[in-house]
Design a protein around this ligand. Structure first.
Ligand code: 5AD
Length: 442
């Protein structure tokens, strides 16, 4: 009997990359590979990469350099994911110890690429396959408590700053029945929470069924107690989708709603297809339908031509919406995207200074909101051991992280906890006794 080959894979970037890594393990599993979490033991080393900003790519170069020392004679190293797709053969030229690159639609070829590398051939698999959903490949979930399920790949929006249409190709949705089958499979393994993934997930449409249908169908799967999704686009929140969110009890009270800028002028240049006013209107419709909805967002500062007034509009929209949290980024030029042609570069120092100010506002708004939650009681799902203090990390439906005491056996279970304190972003909590639980239910 031949010995099983071992594959080590390191993942950078978004949740979809995490899901793709699970898929790659599933794919390579069929060809006789097992996963290892130690690069030194691996016959195949893969890095699943992100191309969204330049610093994401720089990190990958650094890490790929470090991983070189684990590559023994006969071992194979590949770069996969968005950076591989974006750079193709150029990446092979730049990093001589890398044997192959494969983009997000090329993972079926991985075992072939590995074999070819064994023969000394360096390949780039970077064609788009607009039909590719890896439907026949059962992913191997790295997280047993909460699963990511990709429902849509690619993107048909053309936001001028964004590299994703170039790295993940055209938008395509899986058939509703196929998504439901995968959710049933993860539920059968004991997982109770799923996050549906897509670049503009609420534009999901399989030709017959839309995202509202999908939320309802996934919510009905036996054993699924929480449904999340990321990331939606404001323009795809139809009445039907918002109604489904409000009516399906499993859909959690949290939306990550990328805003990018609070200035209509900048939004127009970004080709986001909404204005400050219509973004706010979307937030109002969501909040009217789902009481206590937590809203988080993504914001870019320093987009070409952003003036001080534009920036102040972004800053004030953070206060107006009262975001629960925000990921804030300095604009990063991506080759080949339309924004490259806008010649009104914002100096790096100025963009950095705006980023600092914005982070200050985001923290202040979040801290006040979170402080108001201290004393309230929430259902949490216990996820894992916390990094510090022997505590467990758990999460509310509104996506707030709560550190609680408890034994590792409770991982995967639900608890009712009272929030006892906050750092401004995360919480501490204590389990609520049975008697109090009864009072709460009354
Ligand atoms: N520069 C900076 N941030 C970007 N994002 C996407 N493209 C860029 C870019 N070129 C941010 C957006 C998006 C998040 C995933 O990354 O805010 O929502």
């Amino acid at each position: 009997m031949t010995e099983m080959k071992r594959v080590y894979i390191e993942t950078y970037g978004c949740q979809m990359n995490v899901a793709d890594t699970d898929l790659i393990i599933g794919l390579l599993g069929r060809s006789g590979y097992t996963a290892t979490d130690s690069p030194g033991e691996a016959d195949v080393i893969l890095v699943n990469t992100c191309a969204i900003r330049d610093n994401a790519e720089q990190r990958v170069y650094g890490r790929v350099g470090e991983l070189k020392r684990y590559k023994r004679p006969g071992d194979v190293m590949g770069i996969v994911g968005c950076m591989a797709q974006r750079l193709g053969r150029t990446l092979l030229d730049r990093v001589p110890h890398v044997d192959f690159v494969a983009g997000p639609d090329g993972y079926r070829m991985l075992s072939e690429l590995i074999l070819r590398a064994g023969d000394g051939e360096r390949s780039a698999e970077v064609g788009f396959k607009s039909w590719e959903h890896y439907e026949d490949v059962p992913p191997v979930p790295s997280n047993k408590v909460a699963a990511f399920v990709t429902v849509q790949r690619g993107c048909n929006y053309r936001c001028t700053f964004c590299v994703v249409p170039m790295t993940r190709g055209p938008e395509r949705s899986r058939k509703l029945a196929d998504v439901v089958r995968e959710v049933e499979r993860v539920a059968a393994s004991g997982t109770t929470e799923v996050t549906l993934l897509g670049q503009t997930v609420n534009s999901y449409h399989d030709g017959v069924r839309d995202f509202a249908d999908l939320l309802r169908a996934v919510g009905e799967v036996d054993g699924i107690r929480r449904v999340r999704f990321t990331s939606p686009h404001p323009n795809d929140f139809s009445h039907r989708v918002i109604e489904a969110m409000a009516q399906v009890p499993e859909v959690c009270e949290h939306v990550h709603l990328p805003m990018q800028s609070g200035s209509s002028r900048v939004l127009k240049r970004m080709l986001r297809r909404y204005t400050r006013e219509s973004y706010l209107e979307c937030v109002d419709r969501l909040r009217a339908a789902v009481p206590d909805l937590a809203i988080t967002t993504d914001i870019i500062v320093g987009f070409p031509g952003e003036t001080e007034d534009d920036f102040l509009a972004t800053d004030s929209l953070v206060r107006e919406v009262q975001f629960d949290n925000a990921f804030t980024f300095k604009y990063s030029v991506r080759d080949g995207t339309p924004a490259v042609k806008i010649r009104e570069h914002v100096p790096d120092e100025l963009a950095g200074e705006r980023l600092e100010r914005l982070i200050g506002t985001v923290r202040e708004v979040a801290r006040r909101k979170n402080a108001n939650l201290v004393g309230s009681t929430h259902e949490v799902l216990v996820e894992k051991e916390a990094r510090r203090g022997g505590l467990l990390q758990s999460r509310t439906r509104a996506n707030k992280i709560v550190l609680i005491e408890g034994s590792a056996e409770t991982i995967g279970s639900y608890r009712l906890v009272r929030l006892t304190g906050t750092t401004g972003s995360t919480f501490t909590g204590v389990p609520v006794a049975g008697r109090e639980l009864a009072v709460l239910v009354e």
